[in-house]
Design a protein around this ligand. Structure first.
Ligand code: SF4
Length: 288
């Protein structure tokens, strides 16, 4: 299956951006009529550029979810975001809060985004507690950004078991509205529950725009489809190369055909496998 237009667009906004370029990209996104726009900024404060972009989407039917660093969420930021039309604010943190309750803000609007990496995955049970202790019921483990040659993060099968056991001992994640994109992390949080997404959704329900304007099928799949500004986003989405990539992703990786778990994992993360093998035919290293 291939949707003519993505449901969700991920847009990682660059630091010190050219405002007019951001406005053009925002207009381009509006033209594609996604249902949801996931904006991520790593700026340590809410900039005028971001506010200008949010203003462009304020009266549109697009649901905007904004992820900013925890440090950016000060009183001024809160004031600006009130009435901005943003549907959900996620605060990015790299560690569970061990301050005993002082470090994180509490607000019904706010959820936590926790990019999982090799240096913090063992904190996940503590993170669940940190969220619940603060009355935060929304937790997102976002897709790893693999645009710029970063090594992909994954848990080995033994580590997945270790995490599942640690989460079970800590009481699980009951009470949290969780979004987990990684099928193997999902399994650690939800043993025995099938991963809800019907296989890799790159270049189908989603498309991603990197800070340098590159258009990718997913933030975790570094196959560049084009550049906003050089072409319209609509043209890139309708391009033959995007359709061809989607066609390849619909087939399971060749290396997985004999595996009895294929029905459940559906080939795992195709982006992570692509980075490891430079091919869409290899298996996800989280399977090893
Ligand atoms: S590449 Fe596919 S499987 Fe991996 S995170 Fe993106 S959509 Fe999911």
């Amino acid at each position: 299956m291939e949707l003519a237009s993505p449901i969700t667009i991920y847009w990682d906004i660059p630091a010190a951006a050219d405002t007019s370029l951001l406005q053009r990209v925002a207009a381009d996104i509006l033209d594609c009529r996604p249902l949801m726009l996931q904006i991520t900024s790593t700026e340590p404060r809410l900039t005028e550029d971001i506010l200008t972009v949010l203003e462009q989407f304020r009266d549109s039917p697009v649901s905007v979810i904004l992820t900013i660093p925890l440090a950016a969420y000060d009183d001024s930021c809160r004031d600006h975001l009130q009435g901005s039309g943003v549907q959900e604010v996620l605060l990015a943190v790299n560690h569970a809060d061990r301050s005993g309750g002082e470090g994180w803000p509490v607000s019904g609007l706010v959820g936590i985004s926790f990019p999982v990496i090799s240096g913090n995955w063992r904190e996940l049970p503590d993170l669940v507690h940190s969220c619940l202790d603060h009355g935060i019921t929304r937790l997102v483990l976002p897709m790893q950004r693999l645009y710029e040659g970063e090594p992909p993060f994954f848990l080995t099968v033994r580590e997945q078991r270790e995490l599942a056991e640690a989460l079970a001992v800590a009481g699980g994640a009951v009470g949290l509205n969780l979004t987990i994109h990684d099928p193997f992390l999902w399994r650690a949080f939800n043993p025995g529950v099938p991963f809800p997404q019907g296989g890799c959704q790159a270049a189908n329900t989603m498309i991603a725009i990197s800070p340098d304007g590159g258009v990718y099928p997913c933030p975790s799949l570094p196959v560049r489809l084009g550049t906003v500004g050089s072409q319209s986003l609509k043209e890139i989405i309708a391009s033959a190369s995007k359709k061809e990539l989607r066609r390849k992703l619909l087939a399971h990786p060749g290396a997985c055909w004999e595996c009895g778990e294929l029905v459940e994992c559906r080939g795992g993360c195709r982006g992570r496998a692509y980075v490891m093998h430079q091919s869409l035919e290899g298996e996800d290293p989280a399977c090893w």
